[in-house]
Structures are given as structure tokens and as C-alpha cells.
Design a protein. Structure first.
Lengths: 614, 659
């Protein structure tokens, strides 16, 4: 996992339903969930007590309960039993029913020191109730409360209580929650009440829900590895800097190597580029998470010795070699995700799960993604772009803007040539220049995947029904190019059909997701980076004389534009299409207009061309 | 000249490779490190230069009731050519930790060429992580240091075990090419293993020799006797990377490997050779005596006294009893996902937890059925993924699941209560059309589970065209049987949104109403009723015409057989049939300008039928296709052609024109 999870401890205590959960809905409701969080000296004790009803067989998939915890923390099951609807206990969980595994569920992590305790509670007479209570004890913490219910079980009555010593200063941020009830005495108890209704995920759904409860509660100050505070982004950055200070020592032979690499190079930008390539060529991403490993970097010497590391270790090493080369750079906390996250600039908190390196040079800031072996130099990528990051320094840590991708950055150009000697056979070739997310995807296929797997993927998913692939090639002009050239050759049993006096010609469609109809859409849309596709299709139809061609199409909207221009040249039909979808958030009020734009584009893109024949 | 040279190169690649590869552990050549691609497969991301195994028994230095332990040493050298090959520098070695735990010793090294010099970085203990999987297994996770494109890594590990059953399968072939793979096994007369070879016809290297040994230490009757060791060698060279293909479940059957089964061993206490397995009948009898198989059925039969009255079998005939008991078990007990021929927990725990493995559920059901007086037998099967049963080698390990078979009125019925949404006499995909051993005292028999009902998807659709609105109003009744019913029941599982999602993304389609029938009555067909609208598309150049594809979003619009050629068979698991009956009301003022031609094809691969006709103001289309569950590799070209022809025919368009 590339994540630096400062909230990891709290996230861990959210019980996860294993495996089958995604395939099921409802069949189960949580009638009561009480979470009690208590700050007890340097420990944080969290007790979750849950009453749930399994309504029918579908609810069975929610009856495996799993609780993750790290080696230095504790989790204990206080009680767990099944009762019938009259309250008669029909089965009590015994200690011997609780199993434990250390298996790493995170595919990106080679090893971590987290364990999972899990048990099943099932009955066969529906409906029935399950009651359980679990207590986690964390021996250090930097976050106190985190509430963000998810999953398919509704919560009818939720109570979230935070108990701290009287006068204990807290910082909090919440959405869709009323102000907490405060009960003061020897301790201060903040009590929030909430409900949660599962909502089906929607296309390009905004991460900010206008209904789901969300709460983050932090101490003003904390000690996690080293002392830190949430007074400001600067203080949080200072904590991260302190935690990782002194880890940038390089062995002598590494210094000598860098000297050789930079010999005769005077330009700082060129030095950074050379060292970034050196990082990519000689190191690989592996996550090993032990103790503070989830937060604290391994030393640069560790990377020099092993030539691998996670995002923290690789960035710390990158910073160390840049520093040795006399170039200042920053260990920068970021958030890696395809979706731009919600970020509250006024609430300093651990809003990050990843590390990048930023390098200020002559008024420009370079962004280095150190976990990728094939990222171009100074290319944050679709999963880092368009959001805030925190550059950490001994003093003066500050938020930086990772630049958003522009339409030029994401432009994809497709050139199809379709040759049809007759109605039953066709040969298709595609030459494409891909940028943005498509570039990242195809670079991975070209360099990071087994060819057999790539072929299976390409022939089944990449080109759909328009083509049966006979060959392909992915070419990158140079290692820092932010585009790839893709060539695909294929065949099809026929690209046009003549029915009566009408030719139906296949439209080589751009892929456009089907959005929910306005009446059904519940959440606002978030488009994270622009789409800018140009597709030219040239049809060479042997023996066919076209007397008319489809009309040109042009659609303009505040959300983007679409055009299709038809022409005949050298006896060939040529279609040039352009689709642009702008970055931005679309509110539910605006949604009908956006939906209309997308629907009109889809209607044209997914229709065959009907051409009257002479 | 260039052409001749390339032909010569093709003829002697082994010679070229052999010149640059060292087969000696600890020795890596500059040639190996300089190599930028594997000569026999330029697309390989990595290649195993050699992998050698040394399996032998080692005598304890101190007396023990088992005086030997099994020692398995594996030595591997891997060349990494590019970034994708780096995955091979992360290695996982699972081992057993229960009882007498297995021990494992690991060493390794990474070699690179740095500025013309060979450098080596040894694997250190900090590169090895032990992950506990549960109470009886752990994994050693190894991350080789200093690995990059061009590196060569060497790994050597030895697993030592007193569990003689745990002799590891030797896998000659992998997803990357293997230049040389060789296993040496030194057998003692005290432990007799059978070798089961799959995925290859002949070893490139195979030998055996005998040598006498005088034991130095030990205990028991054999101590003072000399004995003979037998050394076996199995080798394969220049194995290509295994190429996975779609519709292939039991990949292990197609990859070259040797599997070992302990057939007999010498008992140091009795001084006798103990046969573990001799014949299938004996094995069957052993299973019937097993606490987690036959005894578990017996216990279930006893427990049935209190359970059967709850089901209410009075007045029912045998088939009705069979159905009622199966439905009861399905409803009352939940499958935990575990596949096993054995009951993995005791009956009391199963009855309390209401959940268990397929073994727990089906052996329990067998007990209930026996108690109800049915002529019923457990059938130990090899699932689709588990692959072939090697009948010459009667080992239980080749059978990994269990179903129930009942003989009723001269017919055989199979049931598997782990699949709650199948009909009582249908089996889940993993156990359909597989072979199994009917476990019966002294008289076991091989049976094929078969498919009780063809997987059938029938759709009746009526369409009304509304030219003024530019849309078609359609009503569909979809009737599903067999596996098709199971698949859709599982998709639906009580959530209508899941069924709607099946149609999401179909341009111009909007669902007005959708409902189901018989979701819980698995004995009946699963029915989906749907009302939906279809757009007739944007107005084109011919506004006086309406183009209707009657099977749009109903029939397959694409072929799943996209490979030009195949090296393995196509396993679809189920034979299936899809039928369509579409009635289109011709709107007033319109006539039919174009009606697609009839398309009928039938051979031993597929049956395809597409018959449109006009009856008064209605166009009636009957169409359908039938497929087999399994196609040999030689039938692939025919299958591909037939399917493509079907897709083309089924995408025909009817044109209606304003009069």
C-alpha cells in the first residue's frame, strides 16, 4: 500500500465484513450501534457495541465479523451472541470460535504486522438478532474519533461518544451531523446521534455526501513517534519532518555513484532528472509495514542496501540523494487516488495517504512520483493531480497545489482505418496517441505486465465488439514522454451491412459511461480531470459509391462539447469526432443539463450510421 | 544470407543458450547478466535458467520413532529481463507449522553487472518475513535486494518435515519460460511414493539407479540392516511459458508437473509395510469408516430422528422426499465457501453454527436422506478446477468435494446443498459434468455427475413501435432454467437494482418496470418480467423509415471466442440453449421494406436458427442457439466461425417504411 495512513489506527477498528459483502444488499439492518471512544492517558480505548437483525438469507453475508489490529495494540471481544426475536439467546460465541490470521489482504503490501481476528455468527431461523461488543486498545494515537459509515447495512440508531478528561482540548470537523450533546463532570463526554442509509454508488459520484454522517475528532497535540500538533498545517508538517529527520544518511559508495552520475552536469533541473531516472532504474516499490512503518520512513541506507521501499522510503531516499547533490526538496504528504478527495483547508488534519517529492527550482515546482518505474519526470499523474499536498520542512511546512491536468495533458487522438473489401470482411487498424489516464494504463501494460495477460485483456476488453485483435504494439518515444503510441490491427466479420436500400455502417464509438437519469441521481457529479478525445475514422468501402453522408453534429454545453464532421475524400468516408468533458463539480440542480449533454452524445456515438444507397 | 542464418539460429537455440548459462549454484556469468531477452521467447519478462530439486530422506542424529525426515531442497536461478519480471524477485514459500512443524532454511543472492563488474548482494534475514496464515500454516515472504531489469537471482531453500505426506509437487512449467528443470528424488525402501505426472508426454531426462546404504543411527527393527536407496531423476528442458487461455479452469492439468502421493510406509513399531492405498474399493471402505465422512453420515442419520419430523415427509414419494430434504438443508444451513469432501467440523458444531463446508452440508444431507429411507450415496468428486482424476493412482487427494446421489425409480439424482439457489437436483458449476466416485461399501463406482437440465434462457418479447415518439415500447418475459436460472437468481438475490444493472449502459434503453417470479421456488423456472422502452435512434437521413433490431440487447452482440487459435479445449461447463420469440406490431401507416433472411445452421458444434416472418400486422421472429458444455481444441475454429455467423445473423435489422 502506498499509503501513509495517519488515521490508520482508527480506520482499522471499523469491522469489515469479509469477501462476499460486495455481492449482497440488505437482508440485514443494524438497529443500534454504539461507539464509545475514551482517551485514557496515552491510550485510546474504543468499544463498539452492535445490535443487528439478519432478516433473511441475504443477510448471511454480513455475519462474518473481522477486526484488524496491529501487533502492539489489542482487540478483545467482550461478548457476541445470537438471539431470537423474543430475546432468547440461542447461541453464545466462545473464545474457541474466534480465529486469527496475519494474512496480508492488501495486494500492494508484501508484509505488515497487522492481525485479523474474525468469527462467524449464524442462525437458520429468520429473522434473528446478533449482538456483539468489541474493544480496541491503542497504545498510541494521533487521532481520536473517525466516523464515516459505509457498507450495505443501514444503521437505524447510531451513537458516537467521545470521552476525554475534563477540559481536554479537541478539534473536530463534521458533516451531516448535529452538534454533539456535551456531558461534563470528571470527564467530558461528547455524544453524537446519527443514522445511515446505504446508497447505491453512482457514476463519477462526488466524495462529499450530503447525507452520510462524517466526523473527524483530533487532539490538539499528540505524540506519535515524536510530538506533534494540529495547530496548523505547518505544525503538522513539522511533525512529519521531525518523525523522518536523520534518515537521509547515504553510504559512501552511494555518494560516489551520485558523483559519477552528475559529473559535468551543472543544470539543477537536469540533475534532478538524472537522479529521478536513477531512482526508477535501480529501485522498486515494495511495502513492508512494521510498527511505525505505516508512518515513519525507512532510512535512506535501507533503500541503498535493498533497492526497494514503499512511498515513504523511496521519497526519503530521493530527497537524500537530491540533498547530497545540493538540491533542496521536500518530503510531501499527498493523497493518492483516482478521485480528487475532499479537502478542508481550514482544518489541519491527516488528509494524506501517500508521499511524493516536490522540488522548487527557479520559480517552478517539480513533482516527483517515486513509486513508479515508468512515470515521466515531473509527472504527478491522474492519481495525484488537482489537489493539495503538504510539503514538510523543519520550519515553514506549507500546502502546495499539485497542478490539475489540462485538456492538453489528457488529449487522446485515435486514427482508425477501416478497409472493407466486401460486406462480410474488414480489416481495421488503429494508430493512437494516448495521454492522461489512458497513457498511464497502457504504459503499465507495456512494461509492467505479463504479455499473456496483456493479450487476454486487450482482446477481450480493450476494443469491444468492433475488433478482433490480430496484433498490437505500444511504443513510447522516450522514457519521459507523457504519451504512448498505440497500434492495433484487427479484423471484423463485417463493418457494414446493406438492408434493402440502406447501408448500416458501424460507428467506432468513444466509450462514454451511462449516467443515472435525473430523477434517480442522488449525488452530485465530480469530474476529476478533463476528457479530450479526437477520433478520426476513415472507411474504405470497396465497390461502394456513397451518394450521401450523415449530417455533421455539433453539441455545445457548459460541461463540454461534442462534434462529428463527415466528409468524402478519395472515395473514402471520413469522420472526425471530438469529445471534451470539462473538469468540475455538477450539482444536482445542474445535473439535468449535464445528463442531457451526455445523453445526446451517447445517442450519436452508439448509433450506427444509416446511409441511403442509390 | 540473412535468411539462412536466421533459420540456423532457429534450429539450434539450445546450443546458443547452453553456451551462456551456468547451471552451477553460486556462479553467474557476464553473458547471463548481459542478456537482454530470452532467446527462445523474446516477450518473456523473466526466465528460469534452472530449477533443481533434491528430495531425500535424512536420518536423525538422535533416536526417534520416525528415524527419517524428508528434506526437500530447491535451487532456482532466474533472469529478470524487464520491469514486469521484477515480480519474480518477490517469492512466497508456504509451509506447515502444526504438530511437528516443518523447518525452512533459505539463502539467496542477487547478481548485477555494474560498470562491467559482476556484483552480488546476499539475501539477508531482514529480507525475509514470516507471515502466520492460521494455526497450521505460515508463509516465508522474500524480497530480493538490489533487483532491477537485467539482474539474475539465485534462491536455495530446504524444507525439512516429518510429515511424509507433504512431499511437494514439482512444477516443471511456469508462467515464464524454464530453460532447465530437474528433480532428483532419492527413495528409501521404507517410504513408497507414487508419481503422478501431468501436462507432458515424455521427460527429456529420466533415469533411476540403486545404491546400498548402511544406516549409522536410528532405532527399531531396521537399524542393523543395510538397505538400498533408489535415485530417480526427472528432467525437462526449454519449456515454454505456460500460456493461459479463456474458458480453461483446470490449468494444472495442462502444466507439466509431478505430484507425489505416499502409497505405503514402513511401520517401525510393527515392522510391517503399511499400505495407505491399494485400490479404489479399499479407499471407499476407508472413507466410510472415517470420522469425518462415513461416521459423520452415520451421526447425521441418528440426528435425523429429531430433524425429519420438522421437514414433514409423510405421504411423500421418494423423489419428493429427496427434494424436501435437499431444500430443507439448503434453507437451514449456509455454505461457508469451503470445498471439501470431508466434514471440516464435527456434527454438533455444524448443527450449532448452522454453517459449514460442502462436506459438512452434503454428508449431513446424505445422513438425513438415509434416515428417510432413500437409497443414497455420497459421491466424492473432483471439481472442474481440480481437474482430472488419475484412476490408475487411487489417491484421495484427487477427489476434493462431495455431492449426494440417490437412486429413485431406476434414475440417478444428484444434489449439492451448498448451492442454495440451484434447483434441488441441479449441481453448482464446480460440480457439474465432473467425474466422481460413488462411495459404497465394497462396491464403489465411477459416475459422471452430468447436468439434469440444459441451461436455458428463453425470452418472449412483444414490441409496439411509436413512430411519433421515436421509441419502441417492449414487454419481455424471460424464463430461465438450469444454470441460467441459478446465475440470474444469484445476481438478483432479492435486489431488483442488480437486475437493472444488467441493462445499464444500453444506449436508448430505459426500464419502466421489472419484476421476478419464483425467486425462492428453486424447483420452478426463474422468471423476469420487464417493460422497457427503446429509442429508435437519432433521426437520420431517412426520417420515413424505422430501423428495428429485434434482438437488440437480448442476444449476444459479440463473440467471446476472440483468439485466432487455441491450444487448449474450451470448457463452458454447461450445455445451454437460448431461445427468442419476438413479436413486433407494425405501426399503422408503415410497411415492411426489409425483412432479414432466414438463417439456419446445425452441426455437431452448434445449432442456430433465425426465422422471421410476417403474419398480418405482426412480424414474428423465432430464433435460438444451442451450445455444448465442452469443445475439443480441434473444434475451436468451427466454434469461432459458427458463433461469429450467429452474431451477424442475430444483429439483422428490420426496416419499416412509411406507406
Amino acid at each position: 500500500m502506498k499509503a501513509l495512513k495517519l488515521l490508520a489506527a482508527l480506520m482499522l477498528m471499523v469491522p469489515s465484513f469479509l469477501a462476499a459483502q460486495e455481492d449482497n444488499t440488505a437482508g440485514c439492518v443494524i438497529s443500534d450501534k454504539r461507539t464509545h471512544v475514551k482517551v485514557a492517558g496515552s491510550r485510546l480505548v474504543i468499544t463498539d457495541s452492535v445490535e443487528m437483525t439478519v432478516l433473511d438469507r441475504r443477510g448471511e453475508s454480513f455475519t462474518t465479523f473481522a477486526f484488524q489490529y496491529s501487533k502492539r495494540d489489542n482487540v478483545s471481544v467482550n461478548y457476541a451472541y445470537i438471539s431470537d426475536m423474543r430475546g432468547n439467546i440461542v447461541r453464545k460465541l466462545k473464545n474457541s470460535d474466534i480465529r486469527e490470521t496475519q494474512y496480508t489482504f492488501d495486494a500492494g503490501t508484501l508484509y505488515n504486522d497487522e492481525f485479523t481476528k474474525y468469527f462467524d455468527l449464524r442462525h437458520n431461523s429468520y429473522p434473528y438478532r446478533i449482538s456483539y461488543s468489541v474493544t480496541y486498545t491503542f497504545h498510541r494515537f494521533m487521532s481520536i474519533g473517525y466516523l464515516s459509515p459505509e457498507g450495505r447495512c443501514n444503521i437505524e440508531n447510531g451513537t458516537y461518544t467521545i470521552e476525554v478528561p475534563s477540559g481536554y482540548p479537541l478539534k473536530r470537523m463534521s458533516r451531516n451531523l448535529a452538534e454533539p450533546e456535551l456531558k461534563s463532570g470528571k470527564t467530558d463526554r461528547y455524544i453524537w446521534k446519527y443514522k445511515y442509509d446505504y446508497r447505491k454508488p453512482e457514476v463519477n459520484q462526488s466524495p462529499v455526501s450530503d447525507t452520510d454522517p462524517y466526523l473527524v475528532v483530533l487532539p490538539e497535540k499528540f505524540s506519535y513517534g515524536v510530538d506533534g500538533s494540529y495547530d496548523s498545517w505547518e505544525s503538522l508538517g513539522k511533525w512529519a519532518w521531525d518523525l523522518n529527520s536523520g534518515l537521509d544518511k547515504l553510504p559512501g559508495d552511494e555518494k560516489a555513484r551520485i558523483d559519477r552520475l552528475l559529473e559535468g552536469v551543472s543544470d539543477d533541473r537536469e540533475k534532478v532528472r538524472i537522479l529521478y531516472h536513477y531512482l526508477q532504474d535501480y529501485n522498486r516499490y515494495i511495502n513492508v509495514k512494521i510498527d511505525l512503518g505505516g508512518l515513519k520512513s525507512y532510512p535512506a541506507e535501507y533503500v541503498c542496501r535493498n533497492r526497494f521501499g514503499d512511498c515513504k522510503a523511496l521519497c526519503n531516499y530521493m530527497r537524500a540523494i537530491l540533498r547530497y547533490a545540493g538540491i533542496e526538496s521536500y518530503y510531501t504528504l499527498a493523497y493518492l487516488d483516482g478521485q480528487v478527495p475532499y479537502f478542508n483547508e481550514d482544518f489541519p488534519n491527516d488528509a494524506f495517504n501517500h508521499i511524493i517529492v516536490t522540488v522548487p527550482l527557479d520559480g517552478e515546482t517539480l513533482f516527483l512520483e517515486c513509486t513508479s518505474k515508468n512515470s515521466p519526470f515531473n509527472y504527478p499523474g491522474t492519481s495525484n493531480q488537482g489537489r493539495k499536498a503538504l510539503a514538510t520542512k523543519q520550519s515553514g511546512s506549507c500546502l502546495v497545489d499539485v497542478p490539475p491536468m489540462t485538456p492538453e495533458d489528457t488529449e487522446c487522438i485515435y486514427r482508425f482505418h477501416v478497409k472493407c473489401p466486401d460486406e462480410r470482411t474488414s480489416a481495421i487498424s488503429l494508430d493512437a496517441k494516448l495521454r492522461g489516464g489512458e497513457f498511464e494504463h497502457f504504459v503499465f501494460l507495456a512494461t509492467g505486465a505479463n504479455k499473456n495477460d496483456v493479450e487476454i485483456y486487450l482482446r477481450n476488453y480493450a476494443f469491444g465488439k468492433t475488433m478482433q485483435m490480430t496484433g498490437y504494439g505500444i511504443e513510447r518515444p522516450h522514457r519521459d514522454s507523457a504519451f504512448v503510441n498505440l497500434r492495433v490491427d484487427g479484423t471484423n466479420t463485417g463493418f457494414y451491412r446493406i438492408f434493402g436500400q440502406t447501408m448500416m455502417l458501424e460507428n467506432v464509438s468513444l466509450e462514454i459511461p451511462a449516467y443515472e437519469a435525473p430523477g434517480n441521481r442522488k449525488s452530485q457529479v465530480q469530474i476529476d480531470f478533463p476528457r479530450n478525445d479526437t477520433s478520426t475514422v476513415e472507411y474504405e468501402l470497396t465497390g461502394i459509391r456513397l451518394s450521401s453522408i450523415p449530417k455533421n453534429v455539433s453539441i455545445e454545453s457548459p460541461y463540454g462539447s461534442y462534434s462529428a464532421v463527415f466528409g468524402i475524400a478519395d472515395g473514402r468516408l471520413k469522420v472526425t469526432k471530438n469529445l471534451r468533458i470539462n473538469t468540475g463539480n455538477i450539482t444536482l440542480d445542474e445535473y439535468p443539463g449535464f445528463y442531457d449533454f451526455i445523453s445526446r452524445v451517447r445517442s450519436h456515438e452508439y448509433s450506427k450510421y444509416q446511409i441511403p444507397m442509390p | 544470407m540473412k535468411k539462412i542464418l536466421s533459420i540456423l539460429l532457429l534450429l539450434c537455440p539450445a546450443v546458443i543458450c547452453a553456451q551462456s548459462y551456468s547451471m552451477e549454484y553460486g556462479k553467474v556469468t557476464v553473458g547471463e547478466l548481459k542478456e537482454t531477452e530470452y532467446l527462445l521467447d523474446s516477450e518473456a519478462e523473466a526466465a528460469v535458467i534452472y530449477e533443481t530439486g533434491d528430495y531425500r530422506f535424512r536420518q536423525y542424529e538422535t533416536a526417534h520413532y520416525r528415524p527419517y525426515e524428508l528434506q526437500m531442497t530447491v535451487t532456482t536461478k532466474i533472469k529478470i529481463y524487464n520491469e514486469a519480471g521484477l515480480d519474480y524477485a518477490n517469492v512466497e514459500i508456504p509451509y506447515y507449522t502444526s504438530g511437528d512443524p516443518e523447518t525452512i532454511i533459505i539463502e539467496g543472492c542477487t547478481y548485477n553487472l555494474d560498470e562491467g563488474q559482476i556484483t552480488s548482494t546476499k539475501l539477508s534475514s531482514t529480507n525475509i518475513y514470516t507471515e502466520k496464515l492460521g494455526s497450521d500454516r505460515s508463509i516465508e515472504k522474500i524480497a530480493f535486494p538490489d533487483v532491477r531489469a537485467g539482474s539474475v537471482i539465485e534462491l536455495k531453500y530446504t524444507i525439512t518435515t516429518r510429515h511424509y505426506f507433504n512431499m511437494r509437487t514439482w512444477r516443471f512449467q511456469k508462467k515464464i519460460p524454464v530453460y532447465h528443470s530437474r528433480l532428483t528424488y532419492i527413495a528409501l525402501p521404507f517410504y513408497d511414493y507414487a508419481f503422478i505426472v501431468s501436462g507432458l508426454k515424455k521427460f527429456d531426462e529420466q533415469s533411476s539407479r540403486v545404491r546400498s546404504v548402511q544406516p549409522q543411527l536410528g532405532s527399531g527393527a531396521y537399524r542393523d540392516n543395510s538397505y538400498q536407496e533408489k535415485e530417480y531423476v526427472f528432467g525437462m528442458n526449454r519449456l515454454p511459458a505456460f500460456r493461459d487461455e479463456e474458458f480453461l479452469l483446470d490449468t494444472d492439468d495442462y502444466m507439466s508437473n509431478i505430484h507425489f502421493e505416499l502409497a505405503s510406509y514402513y511401520s517401525y513399531t510393527s515392522g510391517l509395510m503399511i499400505d495407505l492405498i491399494t485400490t479404489w474399493p479399499k479407499l471407499s471402505d476407508e472413507l466410510l469408516k472415517d470420522a469425518d465422512f462415513g461416521k459423520y453420515i452415520d451421526d447425521s442419520e441418528k440426528a435425523a430422528k429429531t430433524i425429519l419430523p420438522e421437514i414433514g415427509l409423510e405421504g411423500k414419494n421418494d423423489l419428493e422426499k429427496f427434494e424436501a430434504i435437499c431444500e430443507y438443508v439448503k434453507y437451514k444451513y449456509t455454505w461457508n465457501g469451503g470445498v471439501s469432501k470431508y466434514a471440516e467440523k464435527k456434527l454438533s458444531a455444524f448443527l450449532k453454527d448452522k454453517t459449514g463446508s460442502s462436506g459438512n452440508i452434503n454428508l449431513f444431507m446424505a445422513g438425513l436422506m438415509k434416515a428417510a429411507g432413500l437409497d443414497v450415496y455420497p459421491v466424492a468428486v473432483s471439481t472442474q478446477k481440480n481437474g482430472k482424476i488419475y484412476k490408475d493412482y487411487p489417491f484421495l487427494t484427487s477427489l476434493n468435494d462431495v455431492v449426494v446421489m440417490a437412486n429413485i425409480n431406476g434414475e440417478s439424482y444428484f444434489a449439492d446443498a451448498s448451492a442454495a439457489l440451484t434447483r434441488y437436483d441441479e449441481l453448482p458449476a464446480r460440480n457439474t459434468n465432473v467425474e466422481g466416485l460413488m462411495i459404497k461399501k465394497k462396491e464403489p463406482a465411477w459416475v459422471m455427475t452430468g447436468q439434469n437440465e440444459v441451461s436455458a434462457d428463453s425470452r418472449e418479447v412483444s414490441m409496439k413501435i411509436l413512430p411519433a415518439e421515436g421509441k419502441i415500447k417492449a414487454e419481455m418475459k424471460q424464463t430461465l432454467r438450469g444454470n441460467a436460472a441459478y446465475v440470474q437468481r444469484s445476481t438478483y438475490n432479492g435486489d431488483i437494482e442488480k437486475l437493472k444493472d444488467e441493462y445499464k449502459g444500453n444506449e436508448g434503453m430505459s426500464i419502466a418496470e421489472i419484476g421476478t417470479e419464483n425467486f425462492n421456488e428453486t424447483g420452478k423456472p426463474f422468471v423476469i418480467n420487464m417493460k422497457y422502452d427503446l429509442s429508435t435512434g437519432p433521426a437520420g437521413e431517412q426520417p420515413d423509415k424505422i430501423f428495428v433490431n429485434p434482438l437488440l440487447y437480448l442476444a449476444p452482440a459479440d463473440t467471446p471466442f476472440k483468439q485466432a487459435r487455441r491450444t487448449h479445449p474450451v470448457n463452458l461447463i454447461f450445455s445451454s440453449v437460448d431461445n427468442f420469440l419476438v413479436e413486433i406490431e407494425i405501426p399503422e401507416g408503415y410497411g415492411v421494406e426489409y425483412l432479414p433472411p432466414e438463417y439456419i445452421r446445425s452441426n455437431n458444434i452448434m445449432q442456430i436458427s433465425y426465422k422471421p416472418l410476417i403474419e398480418g400486422d405482426t412480424i414474428k421472429l423465432t430464433a435460438g442457439f444451442a451450445m455444448k458444455d465442452f469443445y475439443d481444441t480441434k473444434d475451436y475454429a468451427g466454434l469461432k466461425t459458427m458463433y461469429e455467423g450467429m452474431v451477424r445473423a442475430f444483429s439483422e435489422v428490420i426496416i419499416l417504411k412509411k406507406n
